[in-house]
Structures are given as C-alpha cells and as structure tokens.
Design a protein around this ligand. Sequence first.
Ligand code: HEC
Length: 107
Amino acid sequence: MKKTAPALALLILCASLPVVHAEESGGTLYKMNCAPCHGVSGDANTPAGKKFNATVFNTAEGLQKSDEELLMVTRTGKGQMPSWSDVLTDTELKSVIAYIRTFQKKQ
Ligand code: HEC
C-alpha cells in the first residue's frame, strides 16, 4: 500500500487543480511555440526573431488584421513562419491570438 500513496497523492493534487483559463493557456502555448521568434513580450527581439524578421506584436501597427485573418495566417504559415495547424488546434490558436492581443493593449 505504501507504494501507491505518492501516486494517489498526485492524482488528488491534479484533480483539485483549477481549470486553466483560455488566456492563461494561450500564454503558455505562446511561450512554448511562438516566443522563440516573436519574443516573450511580443517584441520579436530574439536571435530567431531577428534572423527571420518576425512580426512585432507590441506596437499598434503590429496586428492590423482581424482575429479570423490571423487564425488563417497562423494555420497555414507565412514567409519564414511555419504552419501551425499540425501543432495546435484552432481553439488553441484562438487563445494564443487572444493572448497576442494583450501585448498591444499594454502599449
Ligand atoms: C520560426 C519563427 C517563428 C515562430 C516560432 C512563430 N512565428 Fe509567427 N511569424 C514569423 C515571421 C518571420 C513572421 C512574418 C511573416 C511575413 O510577414 O512574411 C510571422 C508573422 C506572424 C503573424 C503576423 C501575420 C500577419 O499576416 O500579420 C502572426 C499573427 C504570427 N506570426 C503568429 C504566430 C504564432 C501564434 C506563433 C506560435 C504558435 C508564431 N507566430 C510562431 C516567425 C515565427
């Protein structure tokens, strides 16, 4: 019985964790997949961001397009940016796009 105790404790811990809000998971997904090029704060000031000339998100000019258009671009990829449709679902991409929008609001 002793051996199952830690696993059981972990199970109880996981079950009691609150459901992650869309914006938070968008942020996590962004940091994992997008920040290497677009920067943690959306400034694209990373080695890869500079190399590929990634779009800057934290300026008013950065994202003029609608959410729907940005979803299309991230799904299919653009220029040096790979396609994300095999990696992230539409729902995940939408929450990432909502997260990207928060960079603009901070300006
Ligand atoms: C390998 C580097 C790289 C990664 C990783 C990356 N991007 Fe990009 N992204 C780019 C580049 C480069 C552009 C500019 C493309 C162009 O205009 O030719 C871009 C442009 C964009 C644009 C602007 C498109 C437009 O038409 O205005 C959005 C939105 C975007 N990326 C979202 C994302 C999201 C969301 C992720 C993570 C799921 C991500 N990117 C990951 C390189 C990257």
